[in-house]
Design a protein around this ligand. Sequence first.
Ligand SMILES: Cc1ncc(COP(=O)(O)O)c(C=O)c1O
Length: 371
Amino acid sequence: MTFPESFFRRSTRELVPYEPGKPVEEVQRELGIERVVKFASNEGSFGPFPAALEAMARAALELNRYPDGGAWALRNALAERHGVRLEEVAVGAGADGVIDCLAQAVLDEGDDVVLGWPSFPSYVIDAVKCGATPVRVPLRDHRYDLDALLDAVTPRTKLVFLCHPNNPTGTSNSRAEVDAYFERVPDHVLTVLDQAYREYIDDPDYPDGIEEYFRGGRRVIVLRTFSKIYGLAGLRVGYGVGPAEVVTEIAKVRRAFDVATTAQAGALASLGDEQELERRRAANAAGRVQLERILRSHGFEPAGPAVANFVYAETGGDCRVLFDQLLREGVIIRPCTGFGASGGIRVTIGTPEEHELLDAALGRVLVAASS
Ligand SMILES: Cc1ncc(COP(=O)(O)O)c(C=O)c1O
């Protein structure tokens, strides 16, 4: 069966499907390796909170019913937590789902979206899907260059994405830099401040976008997710806090029941356990130090300072070579070609034992490569 090219939408012709990290089971099957460790998707090594597991088990008994389409309980709890109104909270199937809906709500052909690059590919994909043009502004020293981003804004620009911290480089911008950006950004632009990794960061110089910019009256939608520190990546729940008008427009384009009952219940039950969050934050910070040390010991300089649950390094060549070599050792890392960095690798922080396996695998691979 064939379809003429004209059958499919013009705007998506140049896109390639998003390339997710390779699943462990696939590598085990393909290569016949039993012990496979994955550092390729930034979900991290913590599982769901026990309260979330219990809430999901309870919610599963009601799965014959459709979910609460308005996600009232979850949005209410998030609104209360962040000191905003319910009408200012949009939930979606991951922060990714919110980005997708936001693009659909805002972008038309002829509109521009400005973003740093390399960065999170959905900003580009979702803009292109809508016929809008992504304007990629090169990073400087692996960090978003906010002045250059502002220079790229034109009357056609509708959205500016600030990936904060940036995926894949793991670096962030300081409060002073983001403050200065908001002083200068023109009024016709909506800034998307993507803080998917916010809960990993306790640096007092890292601004809480909801508290400091949205509640401070800036024209911004701030993104958060339950996929990272809350250990619920498989559940698909994220949210945005932004102007009520934008949240209403997002509600127009989202599918009626895009956040499952179990997802709403699991997310809701994850809120409020500050002690566990602190424990995970500290473990992640210690893991990051260990991972950076391992990468340095093999001659890779991690981009920094890295603040999230992953580390980025340039390989000095095609990142797929190292990716393939490590894969054969049962270690899955992320080649960053799809993020716009064909020489970069991204490694998610794992457990100390997983780091040891990475260390040993890197040793074997690099010795073999040099002999
Ligand atoms: C910067 C950034 N934003 C958004 C997301 C999407 O997260 P999710 O859709 O799992 O909530 C990710 C996931 O890796 C990310 O790195």
